[in-house]
Design a protein around this ligand. Structure first.
Ligand SMILES: C[S@@+](CC[C@H](N)C(=O)[O-])C[C@H]1O[C@@H](n2cnc3c(N)ncnc32)[C@H](O)[C@@H]1O
Length: 234
């Protein structure tokens, strides 16, 4: 998919949209000791809810939050102002052209971003290299089943839910990737994506896939997971 399509798509995302619950991100990060004044990088920050929650949790943190979409950053700046937060440095930027401080960062959040990267290895390597010693990288995405037929079924349905093409990973794909990029002490926080309360359009495409494969919702619920995986640089 062309980048300009992605940017156009993110210009249409309604105000207040977050693709992750900030409280879950905070909770997972806090299960490891954190510097008193952490340096934080939120890549593909969207409308900034995670960055804002981190700024509220750590008022002395130095937080840089970037997104390739100018509209998403405008909404993030507005949300931060409304929350009374002025400590976040928001920027419109593509991570491929963004230089992070050489001293290293303590926390990196990449929530629902890896699936847009043409080269996921280069992406995670860039992030892992940017971490200070004992720094944490949190990656969040949908988690595909390892086995068929669940893997293809979830890939088909989730791709129909999203307005642009994305890549898909299982828990093992992501943990292997973090390890290959030199991170260890992996932790994971994952949850089922509930299929009983979907917006109408998503429900309709799920129903079509169920019909096509002659399956019921109880057959497929076990295949739908999303999660955050954290790795530490040692
Ligand atoms: C699904 S949204 C997730 C937003 C936010 N992290 C959240 O969880 O709510 C993906 C975001 O990644 C951004 N993005 C995609 N490619 C990017 C790139 N190369 N550099 C920076 N941001 C990018 C998109 O503009 C979009 O806002």
């Amino acid at each position: 998919m062309h980048e300009s399509d992605l940017i156009r798509h993110y210009a249409t995302i309604p105000v207040g949209t977050s693709f992750v619950r900030p409280v879950d991100v905070l909770h997972l990060l806090q299960s490891q000791p954190i510097a008193a004044k952490p340096r934080v990088f939120d890549v593909g920050c969207g409308q900034g809810q995670v960055a804002i929650a981190l700024a509220q949790a750590w008022p002395d943190a130095e937080i840089i939050a970037i997104d390739i979409s100018p509209e998403q950053i405008a909404k993030a700046r507005q949300a931060a102002t409304q929350a009374g937060i002025n400590s976040i440095q928001f920027g419109v930027a593509d991570w491929r052209e963004f230089d992070l401080p050489r001293s290293g960062v303590d926390i990196i959040v990449a929530a629902q971003v890896i699936q847009f990267m043409p080269d996921e290895h280069a992406f995670v390597e860039y992030l892992a290299d940017a971490l200070a010693l004992d720094g944490q990288l949190l990656l969040r995405s949908a988690l595909l089943p390892e086995e068929e037929p669940g893997r293809s079924f979830v890939e088909q349905v989730v791709q129909q839910w999203i307005a642009h093409s994305i890549r898909f990973y299982s828990e093992r794909n992501l943990t292997d990737l973090l390890r290959e990029c030199g991170l260890s002490r992996l932790r994971i926080d994952k949850e089922e994506m509930w299929l009983d309360n979907l917006p109408a359009e998503r429900q309709a495409s799920l129903n079509r896939a169920l019909q096509q494969h002659n399956l019921g919702i109880d057959d497929v619920q076990q295949w739908f997971w999303a999660g955050s995986i954290v790795g530490v640089r040692r």
